[in-house]
Design a protein around this ligand. Structure first.
Ligand code: SF4
Length: 369
């Protein structure tokens, strides 16, 4: 078997190991000494890794870390995964649970906030711990993960509550579960007559694309239709392997794939970075769905972009790329108020019998009622 990579533990890795998602999970890089064998880190980064991981664990798959520039401290992959000392700064608006998900939890592992939708947390484990994670209060701590008895309670709750039309499998990462467990859970959900659609929220297509296997596609196809929402933030994440596995998911799994990105300072807050991301996603079969304002979760203020800047970026993008590639820019209101769109204002003036608009180039156009 061809040897494809050097693992930070200095083992040669075969192609079959590298492409095995369980091998990637088992060989995640979790501390500074392993990390140093992969990329050059400064003493400041090393110290931040030690102090910040006490608050929120550090972990990355060899695959995802392999996308990082080993020399560039501003590499967009590195900035998403390596702790920085700014994480320890707390601002007045920072919250442990910004979306108040724990306050709307009728049974363990289920948030039921909007009448027609329920979020179901199936795992607290992720392949990579993203430093801006909204759920860092519980993600990476496996002790309190809902178990099989909690799943039964959740399914019972979904059956009893006929107003629920959609269940969103979330986490951590729900694709951390085995194919057989996913098959069981999807079978249960699809047997509930009032559930209209099932969605899976997962970052594994980004951080662990080898999780998308023929076997997983067969399970998902069996429960058609399945909507899968993933989370690419930068075009560097759109690798050849991603392209191959997303193609498999769409063609063999018959899955509709959407993307929600987060607007992140220094990572994707430019017209060029967002345009490359949105075109790149559409090219491989993923519809850009949402661009999120970064939530007010503790230790993430250094990632946040002012909303006016985000609105201006989206205004420039909407004018210059196909509408098919453009997601909706939204803020999820702190306290559990739900998502609010953040549109640019194009209406300049309302007259008695006409409206005046300013287009993306700054030109004025008048239209009648
Ligand atoms: S994959 Fe999602 S849930 Fe996991 S750490 Fe990243 S943002 Fe959080």
């Amino acid at each position: 078997m061809e040897l494809v990579s050097s693992h930070p533990k200095q083992k040669k890795v075969s192609e079959s190991e590298w492409l095995d998602w369980k091998w990637q999970i088992q060989n995640r890089i979790k501390d500074g000494s392993e990390l140093e064998k992969t990329i050059r880190i400064s003493s400041e980064e090393k110290e931040a890794l030690l102090t910040c991981s006490e608050v929120f664990n550090f972990s990355a798959t060899p695959y995802y870390l392999g996308l990082a520039d080993p020399e560039d401290p501003n590499c967009p992959i590195r900035l998403q995964v390596l702790p920085r000392k700014e994480e320890l700064h707390t601002r007045a608006w920072d919250r442990r649970d910004p979306l108040a998900e724990e306050s709307y939890m009728p049974v363990k592992g289920v948030t039921h906030r909007y009448p027609d939708r329920a979020l179901w947390y199936l795992s607290h484990v992720c392949a990579v711990y993203c430093r801006f994670c909204t759920r860092k209060r519980k993600v990476s701590q496996s002790a309190d993960t809902p178990g099989a008895e909690d799943w039964k309670d959740a399914i019972h709750y979904f059956r009893e509550h006929t107003e629920i039309k959609e269940v969103i499998l979330s986490g951590g990462d729900p694709l951390n579960l085995s194919d057989s467990k996913l098959d069981y859970l999807l079978s249960e959900l699809k047997s509930i007559p009032h559930i209209n659609q099932v969605r899976i929220h997962t970052r594994y297509p980004v951080t662990l694309p080898m999780r998308i296997t023929r076997e997983l596609c067969q399970v998902l196809k069996k429960h058609f239709p399945i909507y899968l929402v993933t989370h690419f933030n930068h075009s560097k994440e759109l690798t050849e392997l991603v392209k191959e596995r997303i193609g498999m998911l769409v063609k063999e799994g018959a899955v509709t794939v959407l993307n929600q990105a987060v607007l992140l300072k220094g990572i994707n807050n430019s017209v060029g970075a967002l345009t490359d991301l949105f075109y790149g996603l559409t090219k491989i079969g993923i519809k850009p769905y949402y661009l999120h304002q970064c939530d007010e979760v503790f230790g993430s203020s250094h990632f946040r972009v002012p909303i006016e800047e985000g609105v201006e970026l989206m205004k420039q993008i909407r004018g210059s790329i196909s509408g098919l590639c453009v997601p909706l820019y939204v803020v999820d209101l702190t306290g559990g108020g739900g998502k609010v769109p953040l549109p640019a204002n194009y209406l300049e003036e309302t007259k008695t019998s006409s409206y005046v608009f300013r287009n993306y180039k700054g030109d004025l156009y008048e239209i009648g009622f």
